[in-house]
Design a protein around this ligand. Sequence first.
Ligand SMILES: [Ca+2]
Ligand SMILES: [Ca+2]
Length: 214
Amino acid sequence: MGALMSTGTRKVFITTKKLVYAAAGSGLLLVAIFSTLITRAETLVTLRVYLPAILRAVDFPNPISNPGFEEGYSGWNFFSTQGGLDIISSAQAHSGLYSARLGNWDENYRRAYISQYVDVPVGRPWLTFWHYVDTPEDYCPMFTRYDFISIQVNLYEEDYYSLCDDVDHPNRVWLKQAFDLSAYQGMRVYLRIYFESDGNWASDIYVDDFNFEQ
Ligand SMILES: [Ca+2]
Ligand SMILES: [Ca+2]
């Protein structure tokens, strides 16, 4: 039985039928008279509504190690043009105290990445994470990359997005990102989140709370 969702009471009418007979006799003649007695009574019953068991919330394990960077660099490979040890940061965090800072507004021509091997779950192939962008780039024509994030699987770029400060890309707020990796369901892959900036107007970006979702 599933989870109890609600209870309540309701008046219902109960109808019962009962077979009765009466006998009447007169001399040698005995007549049996059969009849159906119908009674109707009002009663109060308790209603219980249950969710089907398959709809109950289930906490799936997160296949990504140290998804919120609360254990520092554990579980991740990391690289940056500043030596890599500038990535884990407490300057911003979507959860906990830490996030991974891939961009840096002090550094043009920056390259940085975090990566790890991960088993892409069957039925939950959407890679999700949260980002916090702070960039002076405010002109981002489509297909042009000044400063950008690249989502890579087995060193192949699955998707990318440019960092931009405009009405469609609000800055200095945590926003959830999602990428369809359904082609890799059930496979162990090398996942890499890569950042690159060009020669001026350096961008800052923090990422946190990686997971796979349905
Ligand atoms: Ca965190
Ligand atoms: Ca730039």
